[in-house]
Ligand binder design. Structure first.
Ligand SMILES: [Zn+2]
Length: 180
């Protein structure tokens, strides 16, 4: 089994507010015992290590996570594509309801977004519906934004944890499930 990760991203956070909101999020998670307050200095184990109560807000299996070398939570506060790694990308069209994995042209669209075009459009290959790349959702979505955190090797986060994070940040979250 390869390693896996989950990103919780906040697509509506602006570049200007990302760093302040990241600090608030970190403080809140540390105060609840979900994370420890000091980043791990080891490059092979990046991010903030899990706190003593982390297991209360995930699905079972956290004993295994605690034994992993890389089990930290990495904060991103720059424009970032929260992709799903080996899980690929699978989206559901809001107009026709069909699911599709975008073809190779998606790479150019993602690059355009990364270069600063927030309104780049992705077209449904079935019905031609066009919608902003960042607004597409589906069974295996990605997220695009200036603030997000990636949990390395944690069991599935319980919805309560995602709601706590939304409360701390004050913006809705999108969860991306990935494998390396
Ligand atoms: Zn469609």
């Amino acid at each position: 089994m390869g390693s896996y990760f989950q990103s919780v991203a906040f697509p509506t956070v602006t570049a200007a507010e990302a760093k302040d909101l990241a600090s608030k999020l970190l403080e809140g998670l540390v105060a609840r015992g979900i994370l420890l307050g000091a980043e791990n200095p080891d490059e092979l184990a990046p991010g903030y290590p899990p706190g003593p109560r982390a297991h209360e807000l995930t699905e079972p299996g956290f004993e295994h996570t605690r034994e992993l070398l890389a089990n930290g939570v990495v904060f991103e506060t720059e424009r970032n594509v929260f992709h799903a790694g080996g899980n690929g990308l699978e989206l559901t069209c809001r107009a026709c309801g069909l699911e599709h994995s975008p073809d190779s042209a998606i790479g150019d669209l993602v690059q355009q977004w990364f270069d600063g075009d927030d309104d780049v459009l992705l077209t449904c290959r079935f019905c031609g519906h066009r919608e902003r790349l960042v607004a597409w959702d589906g069974p295996w979505p990605w997220a695009f934004g200036h603030l997000g955190v990636t949990f390395l090797g944690w069991p599935r986060l319980r919805p309560e944890l995602v709601r706590i994070m939304e409360g701390l940040v004050g913006h809705p979250a999108r969860v991306v499930l990935g494998t390396v």
